[in-house]
Design a binder for this molecule. Structure first.
Ligand SMILES: [Zn+2]
Length: 203
């Protein structure tokens, strides 16, 4: 019987990233918050689409271009109806597209995600020797792997780093990079904090 306890953490983002741009009304750099709404403009068969942002101070609008003069026949009907309905899932897909926001903003303010759900996979071994955490996230989240582990396991980042150096933590991704979907973290449960780790990890 395997002595590895497997858990899965499902992460969600709690806030949309905020691009910083010069607000034409404020006259200085401001954070712009996603309004959750699209703006569409049809010209014959050609369609423009924007995601609407608002200056957090004065509410002035900035439209983030999603596409311009796209022939409506080339657009999937489901995409068109999702745009017209301000579908939250589609809003999220564009609002979390940090790479595309980066091209039009001076900087992007990203917010840490949080673990929404922890579940045990398979049966719990009587005396688990290793813990394997699999990360699952539908959209990229801007939290470093070591920060995530420290926050969720109730340990300091220094301790996480030390455990990594001692070979008690093995990861498929760098600790100082954002956590990614499909990333795995294996923790050797011979460490003194094993009970805390097991409890906090959802085991
Ligand atoms: Zn403003």
């Amino acid at each position: 019987m395997s002595c590895t306890l497997r858990v899965r953490w499902t992460l969600t983002a709690n806030r949309f990233p905020r691009p910083w741009r010069t607000c034409s009304r404020c006259g200085v750099q401001r954070a712009f918050a996603c309004s959750g709404k699209f703006r569409l403009n049809a010209n014959g068969r050609r369609l423009d689409a924007w995601l609407v942002y608002k200056c957090v101070i004065c509410d002035d609008t900035w439209n983030h271009t999603l596409f311009e003069r796209r022939n409506t026949r080339d657009l999937h009907p489901e995409l068109l109806s999702a745009l017209e309905a301000n579908d939250p899932a589609l809003v999220g897909r564009f609002a979390f597209d940090v790479a595309s926001l980066r091209r039009v903003a001076h900087r992007i303010e990203e917010f840490a995600g949080s673990v929404a759900h922890k579940e045990m996979l398979l049966d719990r071994p009587d005396t688990p020797e290793r813990l394997e955490i699999g990360l699952s996230m539908a959209i990229p989240i801007a939290i470093r792997l070591d920060r995530l582990l420290a926050a969720e396991l109730g340990l300091s980042r220094a301790r996480i780093g030390a455990m990594m150096e001692a070979g008690h933590i093995i990861t498929t991704a760098a600790l100082n990079r954002p956590a990614r979907d499909g990333c795995r973290v294996e923790i050797d449960l011979s460490v003194e904090e094993a009970d805390v780790i097991l409890r906090e990890a959802g085991g």
